[in-house]
Design a protein around this ligand. Structure first.
Ligand SMILES: O=C(O)c1ccccc1NCC(=O)[C@H](O)[C@H](O)COP(=O)(O)O
Length: 230
């Protein structure tokens, strides 16, 4: 079971998050979109990525910008393991997937899908032919994109999506140590993602990973997956 932990800002918390069990760590490289306090300067993205490589952990670059050219420039510059499109006005299409392969041949494409009602199943199926990962998420974060809401949604829709697509599905939205095992039992995703419930959130949008909560999230996810033989 892949455990994906967002949103990393500092080098030390990146290392601690990996050592607490993360398989994927996500951060918002400096860009136009998103909360300014979440954005990570590119020199630090490089430092964090170096630490990821030492530990065989994937770096996920979160795109909150709605400008595909900016996304492709960042992909070319960083060459992350995964590029995650989470903005609220731009979603990947076949042309974007093709151009991403040109500028970053080893970068996988992850598209966020908002699960607000049953039409999410059709939306996920539309992305399925050209994305590597689908991230199922809740709500709209104010002034950013899909996610970071700390809220869950109707998991029966997610379970249907997992059965309907070939892309790897990462389950997100209000996931924490308290509910990750039940989510895995109900949805059977490829991976699970957490931001709010494994972070301290401070005034002005600054955040920091809560390392004991990260550890509990990873342990509970692994235990549930083991019990289910996933
Ligand atoms: O990572 C961010 O800073 C971010 C900001 C705004 C929207 C989404 C963002 N991250 C994307 C994610 O995939 C989150 O981990 C996901 O939405 C889960 O969030 P939460 O419900 O808070 O656990």
């Amino acid at each position: 079971m892949i455990k994906q932990l967002y949103s990393i800002i500092r080098l030390e918390e990146a290392i601690q998050t990996m050592e607490a069990g993360a398989d994927n760590i996500g951060l918002v490289p400096m860009q136009k979109g998103g909360v300014p306090a979440h954005r990570v300067p590119l020199y630090r993205v490089d430092q964090i990525f170096d630490e990821c490589k030492k530990r065989n952990v994937n770096l996920v670059a979160i795109m909150l910008t709605n400008d595909p050219e900016e996304m492709l420039d960042l992909a070319r510059r960083i060459q992350p393991n995964i590029l995650h499109i989470a903005g609220d006005e731009y979603a990947a299409d076949e042309e974007f997937a093709r151009r991403l392969k040109e500028v970053a041949p080893h970068t996988a494409l992850m598209q966020a899908v908002l699960v607000d009602n049953h039409s999410a199943v059709e939306r996920a199926k539309k992305f399925d032919p050209f994305v590597d990962y689908i991230l199922l998420d809740s709500g709209l974060a104010p002034d950013t994109g899909i996610g970071a809401s700390g809220l869950t949604h109707d998991w029966s829709i997610d379970a249907e999506i997992v059965r309907s697509v070939k892309a790897r599905v990462i389950e997100a939205g209000g996931m924490g140590p308290d509910n990750v095992a039940e989510a895995i039992r109900q949805i059977r995703p490829y991976g699970v993602d957490s931001l709010t419930k494994t972070s301290f959130k401070y005034d002005g949008g600054d955040m920091e990973k809560n390392i004991p909560a990260v550890k509990a999230f990873c342990e509970n996810a692994d235990k549930a997956a083991r019990e289910l033989g996933l």
